[in-house]
Design a protein around this ligand. Sequence first.
Ligand code: SF4
Length: 188
Amino acid sequence: MLEKTMPKKIIATASLAGCFGCHMSLLDIDERILELIELVEFNKSPIDDIKTFTKECDIGLIEGGCCNDENVHNLIEFRKHCKVLVALGECAIMGGLPSLRNTIPLKECLDEAYLNGPTVADCNEQKIIPHDPDLPKILNRIYPCHEVVKIDYFLPGCPPRADLIWDALVALVTGAELKLEYSTFKFD
Ligand code: SF4
């Protein structure tokens, strides 16, 4: 059982260009989440659905890289409001699966997604590629988080295992040393 810290550390989390799998892995710490909420308070996060920062945060966990200008804006806001920023999972660290499009010109991706792909050709008769000004602007490629803001720590995995997330959070909250064994992020 962890000893309580006073005051509680404040955590914010976000999913940018990710699949929410890293957040699912965070929830996979199972009953330890009861220990966690004794030690921390969640602020802006999909976990509590708080949409805007209401406090300055000790720890920010970022899932996903940046695929559009809204992701970039959110990431910069996290950097401003979080003392420590953690890139959680391969999408945040390297771009992950979404970055498979990085070798293909953006126009070609959009044409395939909205005009030429076998599942869309028949249902987009007007040949429209969405361009409403309220939609986030898609970037020319996926940018991993460290290419946009300074990242303090990287937690590898797709997603990082729940035990790794737990160990990292305990280390960040208590100041204990975190040892990353090779087996922690060797997947085969
Ligand atoms: Fe999903 Fe894996 Fe990316 Fe996490 S690292 S957001 S689990 S694809």
